[in-house]
Design a protein. Structure first.
Length: 184
């Protein structure tokens, strides 16, 4: 299924397709010690950041959904990534067979509610355009800001797992009532 990422706007943010020029900002994001603290704790090499960008673009081509680059509307500055992806993490049925939500933002964007705002837009689009009924995510139990974000988005813990030798919490979210594929 080939689908280009649509541009979405919120009151303060623009969610847009990832592009080649995002390689630098994504590398800065994934090499920031504050950002990677709960993602393995080690800054990501530039090569892996490049592969992450390619995956973000490829998800749209293969699945018809994916991650968006997130910019502040006012400044045009790249502040992070948010959206849904297919992780195939080997966590079993009920997790690997549904879209997984993810968000990561530059430290300067932390505490502003950007993750919630961006993910609300991403979830609304995914549910209405694709009819996605359920999404999941995994979060480090020490990442309290991300847990609060997930809960504010309607995610509820349904289990735990070990992923890459790290205990994580598993969350799920049912689509908002009334969400269905767009007519037409």
């Amino acid at each position: 299924m080939h689908r280009a990422a649509p541009e979405l706007r919120t009151d303060r943010l623009r969610l847009r397709p990832n592009v080649r020029d995002d390689a630098g900002p994504l590398t800065a994001l994934w090499q920031d010690p504050i950002v990677v603290r709960f993602f393995g704790g080690v800054p990501m090499p530039a090569e892996d950041c490049w592969h992450r960008l390619q995956r973000a673009v490829g998800h749209w081509a293969l699945n018809g959904y994916g991650m968006w680059a997130v910019e502040e509307l006012e400044s045009g500055m790249f502040v992070g990534q948010a959206g849904l992806f297919e992780g195939r993490r080997g966590l079993g049925p009920g997790f690997d067979d549904v879209p997984e939500a993810g968000w990561a933002f530059m430290p300067a964007a932390h505490g502003k509610g950007y993750a919630r705002e961006a993910m609300r837009a991403a979830l609304r689009w995914t549910e209405s355009e694709l009819g996605v009924a359920r999404t999941v995510c995994i979060i480090d139990p020490e990442n309290l800001p991300s847990i609060r974000t997930a809960q504010a988005l309607g995610y509820r813990q349904f289990g735990d797992c070990i992923y890459k030798e790290k205990p994580l919490l598993m969350f799920e979210r049912a689509a908002a009532s009334g969400s269905s594929p767009a007519a037409g």
